[in-house]
Design a protein around this ligand. Sequence first.
Ligand code: CMC
Length: 396
Amino acid sequence: MSPTEGGEIRHERTGLVFRPGLEGVPATQSSICDIDGQKGLLSYRGYPVDVLASHCSFLETTYLLIWGELPNPQQLRDFEQEVQMHRRVSFRVRDMMKCFPSDGHPMDALQSSAASLGLFYSRRAIDDPQYIYDAVVRLIAKIPTMVAAFQLIRKGQDPIQPRDDLAYSANFLYMLMEREPDPLASRIFDRCLILHAEHSLNASTFSARVTASTLTDPYAVVASAVGTLAGPLHGGANEDVLAMLDEIGTADRAADYLDAAIASKRKVMGFGHREYRVKDPRAVILQALAEELFARFGHDEMYDVARALEAAAERRLGPKGIFPNVDFYSGLVYRKLGIPRDLFTPVFAIARVAGWLAHWREQLGANRIFRPSQIYTGCSMRQWSPLEDRLPSAST
Ligand code: CMC
């Protein structure tokens, strides 16, 4: 094995080159999302994300991501209506959720309940456009209901039913908070969903595509992606950002915190991205949304801590191309909306299911099962010995 430039490792016998984390290795072709990490540009199906977040709804964006074109008024009405009709989840899923430990993480509850949908809907016609449409509608419709249901169940309450007169985002906030949300809060939440809906071949989407490539059902595809999103290096970072801001406490302590983190080689949560060398364009919009919320509903002092940390990080980490990512300001927005901290990542999943399903559909359109190779680093052929002759090995 010989290390080459850029962290690559070349296997001498086979000549294969391994790039840790598959950095810079294309693993698929896709027409869904494009990122220019040098300029900080992000587009879905050719539309800049800021334009979509300003002018479209989350369901309109979902339609675009999955079917490739923005819907016309009739298509959007039909899609919204179908989603609205499928928001309810079976009492059997709710009963199953009542058996989950109430102190379990809501991402684990979501992964299990998303997977359970596969028990209810057959996967026989995986390549049938109607099956694909129905699965998309069900998953987009039911994931928010399941997130809200677990929140009430773990508080010892019965989940409340979706309200047909409320649009997608307003209905989720209603099911979660048990009161009709302010229209500005609903609109800002909807924009957050648009910003989180898709981001090319990130870890959870890669996971979704690998799972999809086996031709399993879309509920397993989404469940595998939810499990991947949960990790602190991916979607779980939004929760950790607030824990970090809590730990810093006040804005005047941000620079010292950063110095200590860098000195001890600790990652600063909500900073850095494999694709971006500038501030994540979604962080720019989320910061503006946070300010809009503070102007309307009152300031949050944690925002001062975040801004002080960003300023200090610009000096220390900026030269390395490390800037705030999507998770840095999203938690502050969700906190102001009244969303509990451990639901930040499930909320990310509500949005990202749109991207996962777009990739599921694209993968099915030109499928070949993923089966990469590896560079074997273990022992060469060894002599087997009978149980009674074996000595304790150094590793046990
Ligand atoms: N704080 C301090 N140093 C950092 C950070 C950070 N957040 N991110 C990267 N670095 C440094 C890292 O120490 C390394 O330095 P050196 O070359 O001196 O050893 C260099 O930058 C490259 O880091 P890496 O971990 O190899 O980069 P990566 O592309 O493998 O990882 C990342 C990307 C997002 C996992 C990483 O930046 C990170 O762990 N960030 C903190 C967690 C986080 O905010 N995750 C959310 C990611 S965005 C949304 C999402 O995907 O869900």
